[in-house]
Design a binder for this molecule. Structure first.
Ligand SMILES: [Mn+2]
Length: 354
């Protein structure tokens, strides 16, 4: 693995003397450890990870590429970090993210730092371009997700509750190697499937209903994301018709997932197909999002996105049509953007009648 901290230090150029990381996942990305409060990366020299007592020995055992510093009970981690910024005379500091309150407190504690700017793009530039090792982990997360979807396919039948199917899916993924789920498993049936985030509750599946299953597995902190739509029993003509529109839109967008293509254009490829069929208003969300250490990250694929796809991006392709009082259909794959053709990391199992 390349030393990501060194890469970040180089990218600061003349504009900044240091970078402060406070986002949990960003700290994990740079140090392989989650559970610290702040990570101070001076442009030159050693980085410092500030950790409270509860995670101190854990950080000393597992954190890489930095020195671990204890924040004593009752002491404020941001104020302690600010003291070090002053001691090192870092006058121009960039940071990834801070709440308004944290920003005010930090700024007050800094006396000689003239410039304090939110620059999350420094981190996103790195996190977006997935390294070979990261892709390997996402690939494994995707494989486990497909296994979970196979369980959904085997389990779905009339009379079962959504959460019972959810439990079977999660059990399969965990048993085969998933470290947990990156988001709440969605099994939304019948009228609930008309809501893109329809939940996974007490509802019992009934004959003739649509069921959206949207799931993910996690492997070594990396995620995958996949949705399929099932029908309990035999599909109606309308259900089949809507499914074929979503399928066509999903496939057309997939073919456009090439490096150098605007994310908004990929979104438009799917959206145009759905709009032409008269269901534009029934597709109320973006086409997709990046996937990595988090299930929703850069780039963003929607009509207003300014992102351009690059080789090494891992993104979702998930158009849908949702009609209140009828139901919803979504098909989602996690896709790797490459130098040449894109690759679906989640595959198989489309629209199965159960
Ligand atoms: Mn998704």
């Amino acid at each position: 693995m390349r030393n990501r901290i060194k890469t970040l230090q180089k990218s600061l150029g003349e504009s900044f003397d240091g970078y402060l990381v406070t986002g949990d996942t960003n700290m994990l990305y740079f140090t392989d450890f989650q559970g610290a409060t702040t990570l101070l990366i001076p442009k030159d020299g050693e980085s410092i990870l500030y950790v409270y007592g509860v995670n101190y020995e854990g950080a000393r055992a597992f954190a890489n590429n930095c020195r671990v510093e204890l924040v004593e009970r009752g002491k404020d981690a941001l104020k302690k970090t600010a003291k070090e910024v002053e001691r090192q005379k870092l006058k121009k500091l960039a940071f990834d993210t801070m709440t308004f309150q944290a920003h005010q407190k930090f700024k007050k504690a800094l006396k000689k730092t003239a410039k304090l700017e939110a620059k999350s793009e420094f981190v996103w530039r790195l996190r977006r371009a997935k390294e070979a090792g990261e892709i390997k982990n996402i690939r494994e997360a995707a494989r486990l997700t497909v296994e979970g979807m196979k369980t959904a396919n085997e389990t779905i039948r009339p009379g079962l509750r959504e959460r019972e199917i959810g439990a079977e899916i999660e059990y399969t993924m965990r048993k085969l190697g998933s470290y947990g789920v990156p988001f709440d498993t969605i099994v939304s049936s019948g009228p609930h499937s008309a809501f893109p985030h329809g939940g996974c509750g007490e509802r019992k599946l009934q004959n003739g209903e649509l069921v959206i299953v949207d799931i993910g597995a996690t492997y070594k902190n990396y995620r995958a994301d996949m949705s399929r739509t099932f029908i309990v029993g035999r599909a109606s003509t309308r259900q089949e018709r809507l499914f074929s529109i979503v399928e066509k839109a999903q496939d057309a967008a997939f073919r456009k997932m090439l490096r150098g293509t605007k994310a908004s254009k990929v979104d438009a490829t799917a959206r145009d197909i759905i709009e032409k069929e008269g269901y534009g208003k029934s597709f109320p969300h973006g086409l997709g999002h990046g996937v990595g250490l988090e299930v929703h990250e850069k780039p963003v694929l929607n009509p207003t996105s300014k992102d351009v796809l690059e080789a090494g991006d891992v993104v979702t392709d998930e158009p849908g049509i949702y009609i209140v009082d009828f139901g919803g259909i979504r098909i989602e794959d996690t896709v790797l953007v490459k130098k040449d053709n894109p690759e679906r990391l989640t595959t198989g199992l489309c629209f199965l009648e159960k």
